[in-house]
Write a protein that binds this ligand. Sequence first.
Ligand code: NAP
Length: 441
Amino acid sequence: MAADSGANGKGKLSVAVIGAGPAGYYTAEALTSDHADVHVDIIDRLPTPFGLIRAGVAPDHQSIKNVSRRYEATNNRENVRFVGNLSLGRDITLTELRDMYDAVVLATGAAKDRPLGIEGENLSGVIGSGPFVGWYNAHPDYKDLNPDLRVASVAVIGNGNVAIDVARILAKTAAEMAGTDLADHAAKSIHGAPIRDIHIIGRRGPLEASFTPKELNELNNLENCVALVNGDQLPGEEIDDMMTGAQRKNMTALRAMAQNEAGAKPVRLHIKFYSRPMAVLGDECVCGLRLEETMVEDGQCIGTGVTEVLPVGLVVPCIGYRTSPIPDVPYDDRYGHFENDEGLISDRLYCVGWAKRGPTGTIGTNKPDGIEIAKRILAEVEPSGRPGRDGLEKLVEERDLKIVTFQDWKKIEASEVAGAPEGAPRRKITDVNEMVRIAES
Ligand code: NAP
């Protein structure tokens, strides 16, 4: 294939972005905004684009998912393509991609759960937030997870927004979830479950919690579930002036919860601070969680030696994520993401988003990240006449791979929308083969 003559007169720059989530799309958007001579292929192992927007953001937070319209607009550019159902490692190697494209950007997120590192964490009733959130969001990898929710009490470990999401989805009624795209299998299981107590457990105090006020407030407005906090664990108003705005708003919400009556609604959601998990108890399934009371000194959590056993039948650790390593890509084992210098891994190989900086920040945090990495690539990488998308197409044909294009995805989406129950945005398809069948129809 002859290289096009690009705006810089040196031909077309071809970039492969691995991962069609927010970080991948913001990178593609920034790379192509003023550069018709930059061609980007956004490659994803799933037939569906948008990564965490589809499979991470909670099903009852549809307004956050609307950002996918912006990614769709990026995808509508002539020089941007979505290549779904193409898996790095299974269908194509990183070496092949690096030979084919001028630059490769790893936007693969952080799909693995951070381990708790305590006794009993491998029991069947311990399900990390990665699989659990994927399950209720209809991620194909977790469609058969089938967590046993026939329990009276659940422990959700962590004080971040993922812990709040998990607790809220378990607490909401079928009516509250009616306008969402909660997976069918999850709706059946959650809304038939006998859960009466949900515990959100933080190893440090309310001032150190990383959840945000809007998300925390939602817990105080549930139809069937009352949020409870022990007021003794909250700081007095005399230190309000020293708090950040977010801490003050969180404290207002927590103080309101401390006034709630435990019997006000059938389900209780206990927000418990200064407790760190020591062991999950049980033989085959979970029957309890041993906790140690803590105190916080200079921001550090210190055990007091005082322990208790919380009777629970399910434990969902929501304690953060790690990027999945890729063979031959240097990996920072301590922080769980690729080793990189401001996004550069090695010559013409970059990373962005959670794969670069770890699992922090909102969807929007990926925008400046994408802009930065795009600037770097445009400044550092010269078009080299590599075949880019033509090379990929040849390989796809040779290997008889069933890739899914953006137009194909629109067919899958149309089928999901057509199948949605009244009032719901879509009924998500969970089976990759079914998606490919629809794409080919
Ligand atoms: P996070 O905010 O980092 O929270 C992780 C929590 O796990 C922290 O409370 C942490 O406590 C705790 N933790 C870590 N290791 C632990 C251990 N061994 N034992 C007990 N507790 C432990 O992470 P996240 O909730 O996974 O969220 C990831 C990112 O996505 C965040 O930036 C979040 O805001 C964002 N997000 C946003 C939304 C939204 O905007 N609606 C929804 C979901 C996620 P320490 O602080 O003591 O380490």
